[in-house]
Structure formats: structure tokens, C-alpha cells
Design a protein around this ligand. Structure first.
Ligand code: ADP
Ligand code: MG
Length: 851
């Protein structure tokens, strides 16, 4: 073996033995590289190999031990494959790493697995390796810490950056990037792993790789009447050559001068039986490898900017500012939970050294989001508990009489819920309840009894629902429950206020509420948008809470003076998650259904069996029934606001047309989607309710509790795209009458593994069970929407996390809150400031009436 290779091998072995601490060579590996290069040339090593070694080892000191191992092994296997007498890979040495909990469920593009044996391996070296420089930073001795604090300069607009003028500023604003701080928290959408170099003769179709080689030839030509420019280059690395092609990027040709060394990163494609790369990222070899040859961040983009440009900008901002930001998490919290410090987490989440580093960084960032969320909630809960509220005493015989008036007897879950409401109302503090119960569990009657307890004393109550249809439904039920047959209220004391209510009537309602004549108002957002005032509002109820944000909750509440509050939701979520999302509320769970509920007959149909579904629909409609057909989001989006995305709307609109003209020409099909105006939605829903349309084609907007007892079929297209809990909500839209009902799930593919999940819908009808399965499989992301939490920032990382992290963060929050509720201790100062920054002034979720 050539002396230069012997030297390398010696170095590799030593590093492996030392646990990759970069101390095998005095002063670090980079000191060795220059002399080595000269030696390697003397040995006549292939030029490509020399470049590969140099470019891969140049950043060695910046890498974590795990990445170093990865690099050295990658390089050695390349040397082994190119140099005949090179010995095989040295034995893999396990690296001691802190076990890092899985954060990212759907970690993007795991192209090369980073294999690190766990520390339970028997022959672990006896002496723990000294921490590498960057790990050392995490637990520095006290006095060595430079006082870091979040520099005010981070609030500077992005336009302070050189090369970012007002025009780019506008573009970045579209991505939500207004300040430098926004940039630090603008996380990659995914990563491409180009950190593994491969010789060209070992490339395989479909893999994502980095190749280093010499340009052999290059050409630029135009095809299709000059409309398409094709740049081609042949790159060789001594083991073979590969063709790379770029379309309409003529400037690439400049980089392809014969004989220059380039790094190409991209996916290996095939063309006429030969391997090629289409539009790979290309860099000249001597540049710092920002876009290639490492794990590369891929950011969300918008028009007018390129991934490269943005990445370069991010790199500049992140590497300069991340080390300067202070960590708001107290040392205890970090060490107890094995958290990376913030500077490192920001650095690693953007420009990671290895996959493990990405995980650790995301874990840290997710943890802090949940912690801040929880601390804000705890603060708010305390604030409410400190207030006093009107006491409503409820005599037992009175309550018994009310219950006796109902057309059915209460389930024991309902009885328990009513008892809790009763005791809350008598507590002297504002009730703050989340009433959770599956679709159809009978929450409305619990609300009605709560209302009765309050209006009995001549106080007022307000019930807010997310849609006019729901509000109307409640209006009808409340009149039945509270006023029919000698009820506690006269019919005129119950009123409805929705967007469509004529102005004259609104005026009259406002007067009635202000004068205290109207005792119960039911409505939509109109209730909070309208300047209504109450004489004595003592109970506020919000139905389908997940459709509202905390601000709306607060706004309704602010119409009274510390009124009692019940929010109701049919989205059952496990306790720990509920404590996070609704941490300021007391949970009240109804886990029982009224008897004799019919079970909706649920089937999974493969796409090719769709016609069977259509014929069931025809039969049901012929019997006078009605049908829902649901189309999903085509793109996965996380934010609740995007739920009615253009793609889903398009699917619904297109399919509505197709179904009407080709499949059900004899029927009337309605159409419903989020882009319709409120009154158009209203109209579509009314036509369906009144039977003018028999089939409702819709996006997920119908999910919320509409009651159309005549509907017997719920057909869901792209069922695999929905969570089970959401599918269960859809299913709850049918089977509300006495006729047998069906739910048909049509996944997009026939892939049985993928469709396996859906079978839970067939086997269980229990919303809580389904929610739990969902949570196991999809993580809690779906439950952590911004609107739920009132968090001013989008929860970015938290949605990728798991229950375990949530529980840990909750524990930390509780402990902190217990020790220092106002976060006034010096070690919590930074944390208090950060909370105020996240939540607004008081470090708590917005509450209109907390001043
Ligand atoms: P949700 O919890 O989904 O809001 P609702 O309150 O709308 O459910 O109740 C669903 C249906 O069940 C209503 O028609 C209601 O009258 C009926 N219901 C509620 N409680 C009972 C009960 N204890 N026994 C029988 N039917 C009930
Ligand atoms: Mg309901």
C-alpha cells in the first residue's frame, strides 16, 4: 500500500479507537491535510481520490463523533474499492452517544442510514472518550460561560442583510421572515443527505448521492425550436463516468470547464440504460460545501427565490447569530431532560452534522415549545382560579324535576357531568370546563341543564357554535329542552343570532340582551363580532371548541363579568395531550353513549371497487335517503387554516362536476368547500337539509356536528389521508336517524400495508380508541394547531413529537411553576422574557379580560 494511504489508515484506526475525538493528530486532522496532499501526489494516487479525501476531511473538526465515524468509513470504503491492496474497513467501534428519543416520525429522505450501535454493546472501550469540542460547549464550567443574551439586533428586519433589498424583503415576508430572529426559527422542511461520497462505478439507480469528479467534456445546446436549453457534462472520477444534464440553466456551462473538479449532488436517474443525474446541485470543489457533500437543509420556498440563495442566506444568519443567543431554559431543565443548548440546536437544525444531531436539535426545540405552551396555560389557569364568580346553588329536587322532564333518562356519564357542572357553579370561582365526549354522546343536554341552573336565577347564558347550521340546530334543541311543555324559559327568552339574522332583528336582540329579557342567546361568531352587551351574562358555552381559537373563547367570556365557561368538543384526546392543548381547562369526560345507538356499517373499498359504492348510493337515494361524499386535502398541511386548501377544493369541484354529469346524472348534487362564501355554504347546506340535493360533495368542512338524520351514506375518498379521529367525525354525520347507515372508506391505493390503519374504523366505533391509535401512528401534530393553543407562533417542532416528550415537558413546566410561579428568580429571568415574547406581555395565552 502507498505510504500516503498507510498514513491515512493509521489515522483512521487511531480515531476509531479514540472515539473520533479528532486528537489522533496533534492539533487536529486539518493540520495533517496539506502535507498529506503533497505525499499523495507523490504516490500517484488518483486525483479524484485525493480531492475526495481533502474535501471530506476539511470540515472534520466541525463534525460530531458520529458524523466523523460516518465520514471516515465512507472514505475508507471508497479507498478500498479503488486501491487494490488497501485492507478492508477497520472494525466498527461503537460510539458512546446519549440515547436520543425519536423526535421526527417522518424524518425526510433518510437516504443513508447512520448506523450507531447502542451503548449496550459488550466490548465498549474501557475509557470514555474525551468530549469533542462541540459537545463540551453544552456543559461548560460556570465561569467560562460568556454572558449571552438575546441581542436586540435580532429584531432587525431582514433587509439589514447585505444583498437583501426591499424586493427580497417582500419575498421573504411571504415566508413569514421579517426579522433575523424569524430566520433562526425558519426550519427546514426536510433534509437531503449528501454526506456520503460514492465512486461513480458503484452508483445505483434512485439513490441520492454526492459525487466528486473531473469534468471531461461539456456542451450546451438548444432543442424544441430553441425553447429548451440543455447543458450536459461528463464527469469522471477514475472509477467511471456519469452524464449530468441541466435544463434551461445555461450558466451551469461556465462551471463545467474541462479538467475542473466539481461536486455533484442529486438523485441518480436512468436514461437509455445508462445512469445519469438530472439537474444535480453543482459546486466547484474548493468552495465550502454548503449545498453539497453534507446533510443539506431544504427550506420552504416561494416565488422569486431559489433554494440555493435562501440556503446561503440562512447559513450566513444562522452561523453568525445562533452562537450569540442566550438559552432561556434554566440549566436544571436542560440537564434533567438531556437537552441540547439553544445555540447548538438552532445551528444543528439548519446545518446538521449528522442525523442524530438533527434529532437532538428537534427534540430540544419541540421540548421548549411544549414547555412554553404549558407554562402559559398554567399561568392562565392560576389567574382564573384566583378570581371569584357568582355562586349558583342548585337544589336537588329542582334538578331532579328538570331531568325528569327530558324525553330520555341520562346516561351515567351524563349524570356525572351534570353533577360536576353543578358543583362548579356553586364553587365561587369561574367554572372552566372542557366537556369531552364522542359524537352523539349527548353533550347538548348537559349544556342545557347547565343553562337551566343559571337562568333559573334570572341570569343569562350564551351558546356559541362554529356554523350557522349548528347554531340553528342548537336553537331548535334548546327550545325543546328548556321551553317546551312548561319549561324553565319562555320561547321568546331564547333567541338566535347568526350572520344572516336581519339587522332589525339583531337590533331587537341586542336590546333584549342588554335589558336582560333574553335569557339564552345562541349564535355563531356573530355573537362576539356584534357589539352585543348583556345585562348579566353568567354562563358561556362553546360547542365544537376545536373550531374556535382561544381568542374567540376569551372574547365571548369578556361579555360577562367572570362568567362560568363550558367548552365542548367531540374530538377525544388522551389526557396528557388535553392537558397541553387545553391546559387552562378542567377536563370532564363523557365516555359512554346513550343506549340503542346504531352502529354505522363501515367498509373499506379499494379504488377499483368504487362502483359498488356508487350503486349503494343510488339504492339509498332511491329509498329517499341522502349521501355525503368527502374529498381530502391533496397536500399534507399542518395548519388548521390550510385545511380548506386549494387542492382539496379543486378535487371537490372537479369531482362534483364529474359525478353530476357522468355518475349520477339523475340526481341533484350539492357542493361544499371552504372557499365558498359563508352564505353560499349556508345555502348549500340548507338545500341538502331540505332534500333539494340528495348528494353533498364536500371537502372536510362538513366534519363539524351537522345533523341530517336522513343522511345514511358517508363515502370518503382518499380515506388514507385522514386521521382516524377525523374519519370518525365524518362517520358521526350519518346514522343519526333510525335507518341503517353506511360509511365507505376508499383509500387512494391498494397497498394493503398502508390501508391496514383504516381497518380500525371497521373494528371499533369508539372515538377515544381511534384517537389513541391515531396518536400512536401519526403523533400529536394534528391536535396541536395554533388556533387551539393561542400560541402566537406556529408550533413547529412540537407537532413532530410524541407523547413522551409532552409528558416530560409538562413535568418540567409544573416543577418550574411550582418553584417560581412568576418566574422571578434570576435563573428564570431569560425564560420569563421569552415567555412574554411568545405569549405577549403577561407570558400567558391571550385572554381579553385579563389586564
Ligand atoms: P353530541 O354529544 O354529539 O353533541 P347530542 O347532544 O347532539 O350529541 O346528542 C345526540 C343525540 O342523542 C340527540 O338526538 C339527543 O337527543 C340524543 N340523546 C342525548 N342523550 C341521550 C340519552 N341519554 N338517551 C337517549 N338519547 C340521548
Ligand atoms: Mg354536539
Amino acid at each position: 500500500m502507498k505510504p500516503s494511504l498507510v498514513k491515512l489508515q493509521k489515522f483512521f484506526k487511531l480515531e476509531a479507537e479514540r472515539g473520533y475525538d479528532n486528537r489522533a493528530v496533534l492539533g487536529g486532522l486539518s493540520r495533517m491535510l496539506d502535507p498529506w496532499e503533497a505525499e499523495a501526489r507523490q504516490d500517484n494516487l488518483p486525483e479524484e481520490l485525493i480531492s475526495a479525501v481533502l474535501s471530506r476531511l476539511r470540515d472534520y473538526n466541525r463534525l460530531s463523533p458520529a458524523s466523523r465515524q460516518e465520514v471516515l468509513q465512507g472514505l475508507w470504503s471508497r479507498i478500498h474499492s479503488e486501491v487494490e491492496d488497501a485492507p478492508p474497513l477497520p472494525e466498527k467501534t461503537p460510539i458512546e452517544e446519549k440515547p436520543i428519543p425519536e423526535v421526527a416520525k417522518e424524518e425526510a429522505a433518510p437516504i443513508h442510514k447512520v448506523e450507531i450501535e447502542s451503548k449496550s454493546q459488550p466490548e465498549v472501550k474501557e475509557e470514555p472518550a474525551e468530549p469533542a469540542p462541540e459537545t463540551k460547549k453544552e456543559t461548560p464550567p460556570e465561569e467560562a460561560v460568556p454572558e449571552k443574551s438575546t441581542p436586540a439586533a435580532l429584531n432587525a428586519p431582514v433587509t439589514v442583510l447585505p444583498g437583501v433589498g426591499p424586493k427580497h424583503g417582500k419575498t421573504l415576508e411571504k415566508l413569514g421572515l421579517e426579522t433575523l430572529e424569524d430566520m433562526l426559527y425558519f426550519f427546514p422542511r426536510r433534509y437531503d443527505d449528501y454526506s456520503q461520497l460514492k465512486p461513480i462505478n458503484r452508483l445505483e439507480y434512485g439513490e441520492q448521492v454526492t459525487v466528486i469528479g473531473t469534468v471531461q467534456s461539456a456542451s450546451n445546446r438548444k432543442v424544441r425550436n430553441g425553447r429548451v436549453n440543455i447543458t450536459e457534462g461528463i464527469i469522471s472520477d477514475g472509477t467511471g463516468n456519469i452524464r449530468a444534464t441541466w435544463f434551461n440553466q445555461p450558466w451551469i456551462a461556465k462551471k463545467l470547464r474541462n479538467g475542473t473538479q466539481v461536486v455533484l449532488s442529486g438523485k441518480i436517474d436512468q436514461y437509455l440504460g445508462r445512469l445519469t443525474m438530472n439537474s444535480p446541485e453543482i459546486e466547484q470543489i474548493e468552495q465550502q460545501n454548503l449545498h453539497t457533500n453534507r446533510i443539506v437543509p431544504v427550506y420552504p420556498l416561494t416565488a422569486n427565490i431559489t433554494q440555493r440563495w435562501l440556503r446561503r442566506l440562512m447559513h450566513r444568519v444562522v452561523t453568525y447569530w445562533a452562537p450569540k443567543i442566550a438559552d432561556p431554559l434554566p440549566e436544571d431543565v436542560r440537564s434533567e431532560n438531556n437537552l441540547m443548548d439553544l445555540s447548538n440546536a438552532i445551528l444543528q437544525v439548519h446545518f446538521p452534522d449528522s442525523k442524530d444531531q438533527i434529532q437532538a436539535a428537534r427534540y430540544r426545540l419541540a421540548f421548549e415549545e411544549i414547555l412554553y405552551l404549558q407554562l402559559g396555560m398554567l399561568g392562565q389557569k392560576r389567574a382564573w382560579q384566583e378570581r371569584s364568580a357568582r355562586v349558583f346553588e342548585v337544589p336537588q329536587d329542582w334538578l331532579d324535576a328538570q331531568v325528569a322532564r327530558l324525553p330520555f333518562s341520562l346516561t351515567s356519564a351524563q349524570q356525572k357531568a351534570v353533577a360536576e357542572v353543578r358543583s362548579d357553579l356553586a364553587s365561587g370561582h369561574p367554572m372552566n370546563r372542557l366537556l369531552q365526549g364522542d359524537v352523539g354522546s349527548g353533550k347538548t343536554v348537559v349544556a342545557a341543564l347547565g343553562i337551566a341552573m343559571v337562568v333559573r336565577h334570572s341570569s343569562q347564558a350564551a351558546l356559541m357554535a362554529p356554523t350557522s347550521i349548528l347554531a340553528e340546530q342548537h336553537y331548535t334543541s334548546m327550545k325543546e329542552l328548556l321551553s317546551a311543555g312548561n319549561g324553565i324559559l319562555a320561547e321568546h327568552q331564547i333567541r338566535l343570532m347568526i350572520g344572516a339574522t336581519p339587522e332589525a332583528e339583531k337590533q331587537e336582540i341586542r336590546q333584549g340582551l342588554a335589558a336582560g329579557e333574553i335569557k339564552l342567546i345562541i349564535g355563531t361568531h356573530a355573537l362576539i363580532e356584534d357589539p352585543v352587551t348583556f345585562a348579566d351574562l353568567q354562563l358561556t358555552i362553546i360547542d365544537e371548541q376545536h373550531r374556535f381559537g382561544v381568542e374567540q373563547r376569551a372574547a365571548l367570556r369578556a361579555k360577562g363579568d367572570n362568567p362560568h365557561l363550558i367548552v365542548m368538543t367531540a374530538t377525544p384526546i388522551p389526557r396528557s395531550l388535553a392537558l397541553t392543548v387545553y391546559g387552562d381547562l378542567d377536563l370532564l369526560v363523557m365516555d359512554e353513549m346513550p343506549p340503542d345507538r346504531q352502529v354505522v356499517d363501515t367498509h373499506i373499498l379499494l379504488p377499483r371497487e368504487r362502483e359498488r359504492g356508487y350503486s349503494l348510493i343510488r339504492n339509498q337515494v332511491a329509498e329517499g335517503h341522502q349521501v355525503f361524499i368527502i374529498y381530502p386535502l391533496v397536500e399534507q398541511t399542518r395548519s388548521v387554516d390550510e385545511i380548506n386548501s386549494a387542492a382539496a377544493t379543486k378535487a371537490a369541484v372537479d369531482e362534483h362536476q364529474r359525478l353530476q354529469s357522468e355518475v349520477f346524472p339523475e340526481l341533484q348534487l350539492g357542493l361544499m368547500h371552504g372557499r365558498l362564501k359563508a352564505d353560499e355554504k349556508e345555502q348549500a347546506m340548507e338545500q341538502f337539509r331540505d332534500g333539494e340535493t340528495q348528494v353533498m360533495v364536500s371537502t372536510s368542512v362538513v366534519e363539524v356536528g351537522v345533523d341530517i338524520p336522513n343522511a345514511t351514506v358517508m363515502l370518503i375518498e382518499g380515506a388514507n389521508r385522514f386521521g382516524l379521529a377525523q374519519l370518525h367525525q365524518f362517520r358521526g354525520r350519518v346514522g343519526r336517524g333510525s335507518a341503517k347507515a353506511y360509511c365507505l372508506l376508499i383509500p387512494e391505493t391498494e397497498d394493503s400495508a398502508e390501508n391496514e390503519r383504516l381497518s380500525a374504523m371497521v373494528t371499533t366505533n369508539d372515538g377515544f380508541k381511534l384517537a389513541e391509535i391515531d396518536l400512536d401512528q401519526r403523533g400529536p401534530g394534528d391536535f396541536l394547531g395554533t388556533r387551539q393553543s393561542g400560541y402566537t407562533k406556529q408550533l413547529q417542532m412540537a407537532s413532530l413529537t410524541d407523547l413522551q416528550l409532552i409528558e416530560k415537558a409538562q413535568q418540567s413546566a409544573k416543577k418550574l411553576f411550582h418553584q417560581d410561579p412568576d418566574l422571578s428568580l434570576p435563573e428564570n429571568r431569560e425564560l420569563a422574557a421569552t415567555l412574554a415574547h411568545f405569549w405577549g406581555q403577561n407570558g400567558q395565552p391571550p385572554q381579553a379580560d385579563i389586564s
